[in-house]
Design a protein around this ligand. Structure first.
Ligand code: ZN
Length: 287
């Protein structure tokens, strides 16, 4: 009896991801954001919350889903979203994570998003199975969903890690003798305005942010600093152009997940989630 109950729990935990991935694979998201509102216009920019709601709707339709055990939608949404001044309980709030958690560059294999999804998956599973009250399952589900979703944003699969260097060392490590920062295609992506783009201005801006929040700002995403204010950068501008459209009801699970399951990974579901996160980053990079 106990064993079959725990099997059921494991099954519907998987379903949560599947539902989430279906939403992503269907390509309904044109842009991203976690802002609850803009300082200028009251619009819901919280695409992460939109994805959670869409995934939850699909999950509820599955016969294996148990509402009495899985965190309620409201409990998950409590841990998503930030305000204009970057506060809140979602992972985008400045003290709730470090920038590398939101990135994975499949060309260089740098970035911690796969590690984070695997961590929050296992925390979600444990917190439900062992009825932990100190670790909120809603938070684990929200953070897990957030980091997987980030992998569908073209600007979250580019850039490079600071490797823990201080501001000056990192700046020097990617600046050439002529003072130029010529990032290669692996770092800047293949849609840079022109080849040989000099990113030194962006790197200087990154340096100011790094000096202020050295622990948090441990990743250089050139597209985040390409305007006088990060709020107007190419990265944020893309995320702001939100188009929240529900897809038609999907009737199948993510092919990426299915193929990883078939590989029978000896390290179990945590490795599958890690693999799925990487696969999603590859998919975004190649499309
Ligand atoms: Zn993020």
């Amino acid at each position: 009896m106990i064993q079959s109950k725990s099997k059921t729990k494991k099954y519907f935990l998987k379903l949560f991801f599947l539902a989430l991935i279906i939403v992503l694979i269907r390509g309904i998201i044109f842009s991203w954001g976690s802002w609850v509102s803009s300082p200028l216009v009251s619009i819901d920019y919280n695409t992460h919350a939109f994805i959670i709601k869409e995934s939850y709707k699909r999950l509820e339709k599955d016969s294996a889903f148990r509402k009495d055990v899985f965190p309620l939608l409201g409990a998950i949404l409590l841990f998503e979203g930030i305000t204009e001044n970057l506060t809140g309980s979602g992972p985008d709030a400045i003290l709730n994570s470090v920038s590398s958690d939101h990135y994975y560059n499949p060309k260089t294999k740098e970035g911690d998003a796969p590690k984070q999804t695997s961590f929050f998956f296992s925390q979600l599973k444990d917190s439900i199975e062992n009825k932990w009250t100190q670790v909120l399952p809603g938070k684990s589900a929200a953070y897990l969903a957030h980091y997987i979703a980030d992998m569908s944003v073209p600007f979250h699969i580019l850039g490079l890690s600071t490797q823990g260097q201080d501001t000056e060392n990192f700046i020097n490590s990617i600046t050439d003798a002529k003072g130029r920062v010529l990032l290669n295609e692996k770092i800047q992506g293949n849609n840079a305005p022109f080849l040989g783009n000099n990113w030194s201005k962006e790197l200087q801006k990154w340096g100011e942010a790094h000096k202020e929040h050295s622990k948090y700002v441990n990743w250089f995403d050139p597209w985040y600093y390409d305007d006088w204010s990060s709020a107007l950068s190419t990265h944020i501008d893309w995320e702001r152009t939100v188009n929240h459209v529900s897809s038609a009801s999907p009737n199948e699970y993510s092919p990426v997940y299915i193929s990883l399951l078939k590989k029978k990974n000896p390290n179990g579901s945590q490795e599958i989630i890690k693999g799925m996160t990487k696969e999603r980053a590859h998919f975004t990079r190649n499309n």
